[in-house]
Write a protein of this length. Structure first.
Length: 321
């Protein structure tokens, strides 16, 4: 079980309405305060974790779900407004799921518990059981402040089951390519929820499908990641930008290129995300370092990398260390 993006919010009562408007505009205008507090913390956690896909939502409050519902109802009545379904979010937790689902996070399971503060360790234990059926579980503890002006509390984290093994292609032909690729290995090890498993040797290769460019330095990294494929790709694009990459035209020279080659055994074809990476099975500069660190790896729908490499013998590539 992997923990991602812990988010701990403390919001002064006087600042609460402004925080809700700033984050959600008028989307939660008719929601009760408890619902708004839940969504502020949950969304902060999901924003930090990145990615999308289905999840379970499990949260608790020491004040009790019934108290939170009564408070929300009282708040609506004082404003002279009808009680909207959002006000029952504490006792009907599927509504929290509906709210998150509207924000591109499909919810497969949801529950709200009333727990004493010292019973909070039961939440991650229950979430761990949920991971048998859910890829990810969003876990939270939410408390509205009582008298005395204490801050509202909305603490959340994202739990994920076993990580996915992915392979990333690295390349550069501007600046100091060797140094940049080696620095990129270190940057991959620092990605959220990601561990560097192996780094290939560096290879010098001739540009493919372009002319009048310098040779490339290429490599492949194996990582273990709790990120979704989309979140991992977004993280790689952010690293490229941090290393100074620009995209003046297709196949332009680059300070750093990071390609998501394989993500487990998944085959993905979505706008902006195709895995396995297109044409990787035809590129010696990908297949040689890939076969070095994963001799038995197979590319879904194409075959073993080592066998595919033999068909690329005409492509110039040199192992340099």
């Amino acid at each position: 079980m992997y923990l991602l993006a812990p988010a701990a919010l403390r919001i002064a009562p006087d600042d609460f309405s402004a925080r809700v408007r700033s984050r959600f505009a008028s989307e939660l205008r008719r929601a009760g305060r408890f619902a708004q507090l839940c969504l502020l913390g949950a969304q902060a956690c999901l924003d930090a974790a990145g990615g999308d896909g289905p999840l379970g939502v499990l949260w608790a409050t020491g004040g009790g779900a019934l108290d939170a519902t009564r408070a929300a109802l009282d708040e609506s009545l004082k404003l002279g407004e009808p009680a909207m379904p959002f006000t029952f979010i504490a006792t009907q937790p599927h509504l929290a799921g509906a709210l998150l689902a509207q924000r591109s996070h499909p919810v497969t399971r949801a529950a709200c518990l009333s727990l004493a503060p010292d019973a909070w360790p039961s939440l991650p234990h229950l979430a761990q059981r949920w991971l048998a059926d859910c890829e990810r579980v969003l876990v939270g503890w939410v408390e509205e402040s009582g008298s005395g002006g204490a801050a509202h509390r909305s603490d959340w984290c994202l739990l994920q089951k076993a990580p996915t093994k992915a392979f990333i292609g690295l390349g550069a032909n501007l600046g100091d390519p060797e140094a940049q690729v080696r620095r990129a290995f270190a940057a991959l090890a620092e990605l959220l929820g990601t561990r560097l498993l192996a780094a290939s040797s560096l290879y010098r290769s001739a540009p493919v499908s372009v002319v009048a460019q310098l040779d490339f330095i290429n490599a492949v990294a194996a990582v273990e990641t709790a990120l979704t494929a989309r979140a991992l790709l977004d993280a790689l694009l952010a690293e490229e930008k941090r290393f100074g990459r620009t995209r003046e035209f297709p196949n332009a020279p680059r300070t750093l290129d990071l390609d998501l080659l394989l993500y487990g055994y998944r085959v993905i074809d979505e706008p902006g995300l195709v895995v396995p990476h297109p044409r990787m099975h035809e590129r010696a500069f990908v297949l040689a370092p890939l076969a070095e660190i994963a001799p038995d790896i197979a590319i879904p729908g194409k075959g073993r990398a080592a066998a595919l490499l033999a068909a690329c013998a005409a492509q110039r590539i040199e192992k340099i260390g």
